[in-house]
Design a protein around this ligand. Structure first.
Ligand code: MN
Length: 253
């Protein structure tokens, strides 16, 4: 049982439209789907907190039920609430990934709020779906295994690099497995709630995230206190490779 983290049909339609026009780089995603149309008063924010695709206790012992409840309802819930508040009065795409990929098209006084809260919404919406109850996440598809071998030295080495990247992120942020615009796997890190979709600059994104590890203390402090390495190892142990493989296939299409 999974819940789509975003409007995948819309996202794929955008990707298909871009693929049909090879001269347009992936970084032009925002130009293909303008994030902002004309201001419209009385428009409620379009974003809602997605339900978890499993019970709060389903990820134990890797992640405890209380951490899951607070993380989902309070932290993710606050990102959604604050995002909608920031966008009040603007007519925007309801595709969160398209929105955060084109922050520069938003009014200047909205960009920081959308970067932090839109990023938080996008990142957590992905995060819940790429974890699975212990023993149920399956294995990477043969296509994903082949790409891991080719680009990252294999699955075991990729897990090591994801872990090292998570450990070296100073303060709060994320460690990601992404598909780059030239269809290679890469492991990157972002600070705060930045998403790889936001890019290193307006001209170049880091890629499409297919797996991420949240290394904000709110993700692990109740159970692991300061032991981030133990938490990261536990998260890698409950990775939902079935879902990650689906996201890989979509990003490669
Ligand atoms: Mn978090």
């Amino acid at each position: 049982m999974t819940t789509p983290a975003f409007d995948r049909r819309s996202f794929l339609a955008t990707a298909a439209a871009l693929a049909a026009v090879p001269s347009i780089p992936a970084s032009a995603l925002g130009q293909a789907t303008p994030a902002v149309a004309t201001p419209a008063p009385e428009v409620e924010g379009p974003f809602v907190l997605p339900p978890l695709p499993y019970a709060h206790e389903a990820l134990e012992p890797a992640i405890d039920a209380l951490t899951m409840r607070i993380h989902h309802e309070k932290h993710h819930g606050a990102y959604v609430k604050n995002l909608n508040a920031a966008l009040k009065g603007l007519k925007v795409t309801s595709n969160i990934d398209a929105l955060i990929a084109d922050i520069e098209s938003l009014p200047a006084d909205k960009r920081t709020a959308v970067r932090n809260n839109g990023g938080g919404h996008a990142n957590h919406s992905l995060f819940w779906t790429v974890l699975a109850p212990p023993g149920t996440g399956g294995e990477p598809s043969k296509e994903l295994i082949a790409a891991l071998d080719r680009d990252l030295g294999g699955l075991a080495k990729a897990k090591e690099t994801l872990s090292a990247t998570a450990m070296s992120r100073f303060g709060s942020g994320w460690s990601w497995l992404v598909v780059t615009k030239d269809k290679k796997l890469a492991i990157v890190s972002t600070p705060n709630q930045d998403s790889p979709l936001m890019g290193k600059s307006a001209a170049e994104t880091m890629g499409t995230p297919i797996f991420g590890i949240d290394v904000w203390e709110h993700a692990y402090y109740l159970k692991y206190q300061n032991l981030r390495a133990d938490y990261v190892k536990a998260v890698l142990g409950i990775a939902n490779w079935n879902e990650i493989s689906k996201r890989f296939a979509a990003a490669m299409a």
